[in-house]
Design a protein. Structure first.
Length: 373
């Protein structure tokens, strides 16, 4: 039921987002891509409690691998996505093997350090592979070996396709590819959450020392969770490259890692749907809310007298347009203070409020003290 409802909502986004002005494919692609990114991060952070500040490195590795697939082999999206996931998994295996030797804040600092090292390598040292600050993009001189065997080269740069259906360019085909991948990733995450493996990860979060004392080796479980989370990030990076075959070093910056942390906390850590909601909220603020200006505010508060309207508009103008980060910060603070479980906790409270039975308000009898106590 959960999977069916989630799938229906994702596939009907063009209809559901129309009233709030977000029903255009390029933005809905971002909702899906960053939803995948946040779901993968939640598998690590939500289940094990290990907070990574370097997950943007896997996002960038996936993007670079996908663009190189387009340049060297074919413009088909499938090989690029496979390469993105593979290289992100290999990179996550190396980083996780080193960083998981520590826990807590030391683990977080190590992941941040590796992410910044990766960013600096991509930005300067590995310029022949990444094109530095200019970014890696397609060119007419790219070999595209597989495409050259079956197709005649056309004039201009080719477009990313999925079996002759164009994915890049901000169309609905790209959105539905990202939507289907999001549904598949959600299903895999749901199976992980409800599996014995997911229970082991929850036990690690609850009390890792107790698990060690009982004879469990927690390292393989943590490393597996870290690699799976990195694969999700690589898939998100590959989809970003498939919908827009251009990647720059800024995709691996620490701010991108912090963004996925905000998405997960905002939606609800440890929940299945919460990270997707958090990703959609942040991307909506970034792309739609940031476009609001004083003209929009004048239309909203036009019913007020002129003497009152101007001060009100001047005040709220601080929170829209370039000040959208201020609004997001206020929302984040309110949720952390009053809804520690994120948006999902608020939805759960509303659900319980409307589904409370009359007998639920009765106080429960106090527990009887037992002799052993």
């Amino acid at each position: 039921m959960l999977l069916a409802g989630f799938s229906a909502v994702i596939l009907c986004l063009p209809i559901l987002l129309e009233p709030i002005g977000a029903a255009y494919p390029a933005l809905m692609q971002k909702f899906c891509i960053f939803g995948i990114f946040a779901i993968g991060f939640n598998i690590l952070f939500g289940l094990t409690g290990y907070l990574s500040f370097g997950h943007a490195a896997f996002l960038g590795v996936g993007s670079y691998a996908a663009v190189w697939s387009f340049k060297l082999f074919t413009m088909n999206a499938i090989p690029a996505i496979v390469m993105a996931v593979f290289f992100a998994a290999a990179f996550a295996l190396v980083i996780g093997y080193v960083c998981l030797r520590r826990s807590g804040i030391y683990f977080s600092i190590l992941t941040l350090a590796f992410a910044q090292m990766s960013y600096n390598l991509v930005y300067s040292v590995l310029t022949p592979l990444t094109n530095g600050e200019t970014g890696l993009q397609l060119s007419l001189q790219d070999p595209r070996i597989i495409d050259g065997l079956f197709f005649e080269p056309a004039a201009g740069l080719p477009r990313v396709n999925l079996f002759s259906t164009y994915i890049s360019g901000g169309g609905y085909a790209g959105f539905y590819l990202c939507a289907v991948m999001l549904i598949v990733c959600f299903y895999i995450a749901m199976r992980i959450f409800r599996s014995p493996f997911g229970m082991m990860l929850r036990a690690i979060k609850s009390n890792q020392n107790r698990m060690r004392y009982t004879g469990f080796n927690t390292r393989p479980y943590l490393l597996a969770a870290f690699v799976i989370s990195g694969m999700y990030a690589g898939l998100a990076g590959g989809l970003m490259a498939a919908t827009d075959p251009l990647v720059g070093a800024e995709r691996m910056q620490w701010t991108a890692s912090g963004e996925v942390v905000l998405m997960t906390i905002l939606g609800g850590v440890g929940t299945l749907v919460g990270p997707v909601i958090g990703a959609a909220v942040i991307k909506y603020f970034e792309n739609i809310f940031s476009a609001f200006g004083e003209r929009t505010l004048h239309n909203v508060f036009g019913f007020l007298p002129d003497a009152i309207e101007q001060p009100v508009v001047s005040f709220f103008a601080l929170f829209v347009g370039d000040g959208w980060n201020l609004t997001l910060g206020v929302v984040f603070m309110l949720i952390v203070i009053f809804l520690p479980g994120g948006i999902m906790e608020g939805l759960r409270r509303i659900w319980n409020l409307f589904n409370r039975r009359p007998g639920d308000r009765e106080t429960m009898p106090a527990a009887q003290t037992q002799p052993a106590e």
